[in-house]
Design a binder for this molecule. Structure first.
Ligand SMILES: Nc1ncnc2c1ncn2[C@@H]1O[C@H](COP(=O)(O)OP(=O)(O)OP(=O)(O)O)[C@@H](O)[C@H]1O
Ligand SMILES: O[C@H]1[C@H](O)[C@@H](O)[C@H](O)[C@@H](O)[C@H]1O
Length: 375
């Protein structure tokens, strides 16, 4: 268990603070809009935490034009519009060849100020901005009020040109570098990792680099480990990194060692890419995942010596079996959903006709996640 200062016997799941704006995502291809969805790392992460019964407080801002009803009400700013991103899936150029899509921020909601954060302590804090809304002073307040802080590097290194196109700046030049020693986890995609010196940063905090269909790599001060992926039928990469981070943090909140939590991250990341926009998890699948998590916890509880901060970075026995059991939850869920689907009338899905490019350059038809490929 990641034991933190505020954790008690009655409240074994850590309290989590999520900070980052919701946004509207518009996916475009060939000049046409192919989907409009709720976006923002905060929405993808809260989706996973809710699914895995981890409660959280969310600080997020939107405008009056915000389109989606939510349980965790964001702060509505009367004078600002909701952040909007346009994702162009066919605008790759030699300048941004490392990216899978060109992103433009076409509206930006207000920043999140330190005074917007609640006046109480949290075990975990997640800085997960998408449109530059997290300021250095906001992150500073987060490290003051949260015992363990997780940061998605996209919250720190995005810069926007006059057309709103997202560019990345070096972490050293971001204005956040001085706070690294006070963070516990920094997550970056392989594209974003090019904008930092992993060897230097890992001396201060754990760095998790995600590699799309190849899973992720965890680097800490004196070691590193690779975490195996899960197979998926990718239709839209949006939110994979966010959903991964949700799985990682939910795993740590449930008391898992870092490699097992990262495995949960990979698992949820693989579910996310099989959906357009925010994935709606099948309840039976979630129950099976929770059952497997419970089994894994029982297996681990007797054999661990924790560091002072409660974190264990090395793989423990049974890690590979945990991977196999999580993979099998997909298999069962896929079968049962497909059986159910046969009983339902098929409504037309316009997005079925759309093709988005994949990481490997192979276009695939967009389909719903119920057609996930089992391991
Ligand atoms: N095609 C895929 N198949 C299986 N798992 C995937 C795939 N793509 C992503 N994932 C999972 O999701 C995680 C995050 O994906 P990725 O590295 O693409 O993040 P990202 O680039 O930050 O995503 P995004 O910016 O689109 O939210 C990966 O580490 C992996 O576990
Ligand atoms: O909704 C998405 C998502 O949160 C991504 O992580 C982010 O990169 C995009 O900017 C955003 O539009």
């Amino acid at each position: 268990m990641v034991t933190t200062k505020t954790q008690t016997q009655d409240n074994p799941i850590p309290s989590v603070l999520i900070v980052g704006n919701y946004c509207h995502d518009v996916l475009l291809q060939g000049g046409a809009v192919v989907a409009e969805t709720l976006g923002g790392a905060a929405s993808f992460i809260s989706n996973v935490l809710t699914g895995l019964s981890v409660s959280f407080h969310l600080t997020s801002k939107v405008g009056l034009d915000f389109n989606y009803p939510l349980n965790h009400n964001p702060i509505v700013v009367q004078t600002s519009k909701t952040t909007v991103f346009h994702a162009y899936f066919d605008l790759a150029s030699s300048e941004n060849a490392h990216q899978d899509r060109v992103l433009k921020r076409v509206e930006a909601c207000d920043p999140i100020y330190p005074s917007d954060l609640p006046d109480r302590r949290f075990d975990f804090g997640m800085a997960v901005g998408v449109g530059g809304e997290i300021l250095p002073e906001t992150l500073e307040k987060m490290v003051d009020i949260c015992d363990v802080v997780f940061v998605d590097i996209q919250a720190l290194i995005r810069a926007f040109d006059k057309n709103g196109t997202v560019n990345l700046v070096g972490l050293k030049e971001s204005g956040f570098y001085h706070l690294l020693p006070r963070l516990k986890f920094l997550k970056a995609s392989s594209e974003e990792a090019l904008f930092m010196d992993v060897e230097e940063v890992r001396k201060w905090c754990c760095v998790v680099v995600t590699h799309g269909k190849d899973g992720c790599q965890v680097y800490w001060k004196d070691g590193e480990t690779q975490i195996a992926p899960f197979r998926a039928n990718q239709v839209d990469p949006t939110g994979a990194g966010d959903t991964f981070l949700g799985g990682l943090v939910a795993g740590l909140a449930h008391g898992f060692v870092v490699p097992d939590a990262a495995l949960l991250g990979n698992f949820f990341g693989s579910l996310a890419v099989a959906h357009i926009g925010l994935p709606k998890f099948d309840l039976r699948l979630l129950q099976r995942v929770k059952d497997e998590m419970q089994r894994r916890k029982l297996h681990c509880s007797c054999c661990l010596e924790r560091r002072d901060d409660g974190l264990i970075f090395t793989k423990t026995s049974g890690h590979d079996e945990f991977h196999a059991s999580l993979a099998s939850t997909k298999l069962v869920s896929t079968c049962s959903i497909q059986e159910c689907q046969q009983d339902l009338p098929r409504s037309p899905r316009t997005v079925d006709q759309v093709i988005l490019p994949q990481y490997n350059g192979q276009p695939k038809l967009l389909v719903s996640s119920v057609f996930d490929e089992p391991m």
